[in-house]
Design a protein around this ligand. Structure first.
Ligand code: NAP
Length: 280
């Protein structure tokens, strides 16, 4: 689509940025909704982050997404940071206000939950413990989202146990730290297993985990979306367990940004999934 000089602009800042799927997904929504606007990849080095953010109002941008390595680093350069982003300690969506001020929020917790609700509506936070593997940035958003639901117990496991303790301390709530070596046993009686580690991702080691102790009604949710069908999800499916993949979270977390920048509430559809997965 050809843009007019008044077309709303948004983008994604990262370093590097060529791998990001966000331009493909926002461009799909722009086209689907007949919006004369653009969403562009913005390669911004860590040294240039502050200047790049502060230039957004002058360049006519309505806002940006932030990805690795900017999510935490951007916080001091914003005028307002939402409660959820403060709690998670990271911003992934920035809005430029009419007066040129910058507001940041984090939509990963929303994306995580929305994807779970849509794809595993049978799951309920009241039925039993949830197991979360990992204690990095994604784990923080996932644990914050689960705590907001008042889950009965979160069993948190990380290779580096101190990081799991630090996450539990910063978020509070019913979090029980379990040693990484006991991950198979930790599944006993749980209702949901969430992998937030990089294990199983293309180019990373596999996740060594027996699912034997998981109840048959449990849901297995992998945040890794490259590959889409991870070994974890395929092992769960072969045991007859319900699964939720990471691509849905990526799509749902993008919706609040699109709505704020372009004024239309976008919909996550199979067409969007196919477009994002298709080779460019
Ligand atoms: P991160 O902050 O770097 O955290 C990485 C996590 O993986 C840490 O818990 C780390 O444990 C663990 N890990 C790495 N290598 C390991 C190994 N060999 N053995 C055991 N644990 C290991 O990364 P992140 O931003 O949280 O992202 C994590 C994953 O989630 C990535 O695959 C990312 O693509 C995905 N993600 C998906 C979405 C989505 O929308 N679907 C959103 C955000 C992230 P240590 O603390 O011990 O190093």
């Amino acid at each position: 689509m050809t843009q007019t000089s008044h077309a709303p602009l948004a983008g994604v800042m990262g370093w590097p940025i060529s791998h990001s799927l966000s331009p493909r997904l926002h461009s799909y929504w722009l086209k689907e909704n007949g919006i004369d606007g653009a969403y562009v990849p913005l390669p911004v080095s860590p040294d240039n982050l502050e200047h790049a953010l502060k230039a957004l109002p002058k360049l006519g941008f309505r806002g940006v997404n932030l990805t690795v390595p900017h999510k935490e680093a951007a916080v001091p350069f914003l005028d307002h940071v939402s409660d959820v982003a403060t709690r998670i300690g990271a911003v992934n969506t920035v809005f430029v206000s009419e007066d040129g001020t910058l507001s940041g929020t984090n939509t990963d917790a929303f994306g995580f939950l929305e994807n779970l609700r849509r794809n595993a509506p049978q799951w309920s936070e009241t039925k039993g413990p949830v197991v979360v593997l990992g204690a990095g940035g994604a784990a923080c958003a996932v644990v914050a989202a689960l705590l907001d639901l008042d889950v009965v117990e979160i069993r948190l496991l990380n290779r580096t146990t101190e990081k799991a303790h630090a996450l539990a301390e910063s978020l509070g709530g019913p979090i029980k730290i379990v040693e990484w070596s006991e991950r198979g046993e930790a599944l006993d009686g749980s209702t949901l297993l969430v992998n937030t580690t990089t294990l199983g991702m293309v180019g990373q080691p596999r996740l060594e985990l027996s699912l034997a102790a998981l109840p048959k009604s449990a849901i297995v949710y992998d945040l890794v979306y490259a590959p889409l069908e991870t070994e974890l999800l395929s092992a769960a499916r072969s045991l007859g367990l319900s699964t939720v993949d990471g691509l849905g979270m990526l799509l749902y977390q993008a919706a609040p940004g699109f709505e704020g920048w372009f004024g239309v509430q976008p919909i996550v559809t199979d067409g969007l999934r196919d477009a994002v997965l298709s080779t460019p």
